[in-house]
Write a protein that binds this ligand. Sequence first.
Ligand code: ZN
Length: 354
Amino acid sequence: MREAFRLCTIFGIKVELHISFLLLMLFFAILNPRVFFYLLLLFFFVFLHELSHSIVAMRYDVKIDKITLWPIGGVASMERIPKDPSQEFKIALAGPSLNLLVALAILIPLWLAGGLSRLFPFSQMAFAPDPVSIAVIILKVNLLLGAFNLFVPALPMDGGRIFRALLAMRIGFSRATDVAAWVAKGIAVLMFLAGFYFNIILMLISVFIYLGATQESQATLVSGLLSGVKVRDAMNPQAVTVSRDTSLEELRALVLKAKHTGYPVMEGGVPVGIIYLSDMEKVQRGEWPLWKVERVMSRNVPVCSPEEEALEVLLRMHSRGVGLMPVMEGGQLVGVISHTDIYRMIEIMRYLKG
Ligand code: ZN
């Protein structure tokens, strides 16, 4: 079952809608077209917000694989975490700035036209199909998105990233993350309690912040343990390979011996594809003797080099959704690396680095 559906690709970034998001939209489209319209507007600006982060990130050579829209917001998947605090600062600032700029671009003409009273009461999103009402709604949506993301200093929200970046300039990345994660968890608890009195959405967001902050501090722990660890240190130099016309039945025997989860498919010394255990599932067990590897292998093979940081390769595996990569050096296959190899290395470094 697919979890996310591709909407479009923009600047090389895939834009995906998570299935829970689609179901929510469908629900409101049928039940309450007015709420549907607000959500559509809201998520259009959530998308622009994420795009704005992504464009700045790409300027620092941080590759963005995709933007996924969830019911709770958008997520831009970065291939690596920018370690330079000033880069993280600018990337985090880019999202809310866009929303505040949009709000300002509406606020000024509204003010000049003497229409500021249309903003109040603020919590009321009165819908009328005239351009001024729609502009007021767009203004409020962007003001809320921008301010909430910018001024709540809780990781993984933008305000928390900015806070972490400012701290990191003084006390280093990993200690800054520890402090920022504790602050975020404190804010999450307060927000959860406030949710009882004000709005249940606050409770939802607080859970998202708490889990996100925990994940962020774990990620920092892992990146600390893996710092300086290269692919060469963690990889398996004995790659087990197959050829295009190996049958799935032959592969089965090989898997039982080698116990790898992926096998580069070689032709003339270079990998032309890779077959993962999950590819074998595409064919019924009884037909394995008749099927050649070539027909079910994955052709777009993500590869890495032995000199790359193991952490970056791990993040790339996650963002590409693969568990194993061929390691190439000077056009030659020199090994394979799986996420299990890297996890084992994390475990080892936990003891060695104390
Ligand atoms: Zn953001």
